[in-house]
Design a protein around this ligand. Sequence first.
Ligand SMILES: NC(=O)c1ccc[n+]([C@@H]2O[C@H](COP(=O)([O-])OP(=O)(O)OC[C@H]3O[C@@H](n4cnc5c(N)ncnc54)[C@H](OP(=O)(O)O)[C@@H]3O)[C@@H](O)[C@H]2O)c1
Length: 347
Amino acid sequence: MIENQNTNLFIASDGIDPRQVPQRTLYTGAKIPAIGLGTFGSDRFTGQVIAEAVKDAIAVGYRHIDCAAVYGNEHLIGQSFRQVIQHGIKREELWITSKLWNDKHGEKDVIPACEKSLRDLQLDYLDLYLIHWPFPNYHAPGVDVNSRDPYATPYVHEAYMRTWRQMEKLVDLGLVRHIGTSNMTQSKLKLLLRDAEIKPACNEMELHPHFQQSEFFKFVLDNGIIPIGYCPIGSPKRPDRDKTETDTVVVEDPVIVKIAKRINVHPAVVCVKWAVQRGQVPIPFSIHRKNYLSNLQSAVSDPLTDEEMQAIAAIDKNCRLIKGQVFLWQGAKDWTDLWDVDGQIVS
Ligand SMILES: NC(=O)c1ccc[n+]([C@@H]2O[C@H](COP(=O)([O-])OP(=O)(O)OC[C@H]3O[C@@H](n4cnc5c(N)ncnc54)[C@H](OP(=O)(O)O)[C@@H]3O)[C@@H](O)[C@H]2O)c1
């Protein structure tokens, strides 16, 4: 590692200067790096391996890490944060997100759940705390898509608002700087915007070239919310339980492959680059240095051409990969009930 003279940061000699990485400005005026590193290993990697990748990703220039209690690795990632901070990275240079899991929506559970994430991550505050799913629910990690929580219910706005009030308290207590949503729909977010005292700063949503959610994406931006895009590469190695026969493979799309050949990168990198250029904040996952480094490089290299951006806009297949089947309640039709496809909240 070499020391960066100007900011006393430590960066790897082949890394990217974090000051070159674009940022997005939130409605509070705070800035979030325009790309982050995901930390959900899709059951393929140990928490230790992911925590090592987080440490090295920070060394190569990442400053934004997307965590969640349910990923089961925050206590190990916390050790990485402590070490990089000991090595001279300032806490305020990092953007760290965590998420409230579905079995902690109860009014008495929200603050302790956040405090546990803070302890595990060895932090005094989070930059962003999200409600991971808008459904209070419990299922054991790794269960089959046909598994159901017998107590699962559809979305109940009053219940969500009770949870949101506790999220707002976390801001008042100084434990989190921003609060936000994840796996929402436009209909649900509209209600939240109507009733929130503290507005969501970010909405984490599935976004990749085969699932562009253009209308919802625009709604989010128009309301001053930053869209964070998960599965930006179409999560090619997600668990088999999350795959169905109709799912498409974005990294095999001829439009993506052609652009990848032109700029001499893996098709995954084109997806990440498109995401940054379109204006969402992608959080690609990899523990492989070559991959997470090239994803970060894509945020600072020459932009895709207008023709390429238009070509990618035209390959949307409305193909949602993370369908959330395990959150279904008794009597629900199928996973589309979770996503209010005709604009009505299904109850
Ligand atoms: N809010 C939510 O509900 C939610 C849901 C899902 C995910 N997330 C977050 O989003 C993150 C990303 O989602 P994801 O991990 O499912 O999907 P993803 O980032 O779309 O895909 C990850 C896969 O892409 C491959 N990859 C990454 N960079 C590559 C490169 N440059 N070249 C070739 N292959 C590359 C990796 O393969 P290798 O392993 O071989 O490197 C990895 O397995 C998660 O880690 C998590 O933090 C949030």
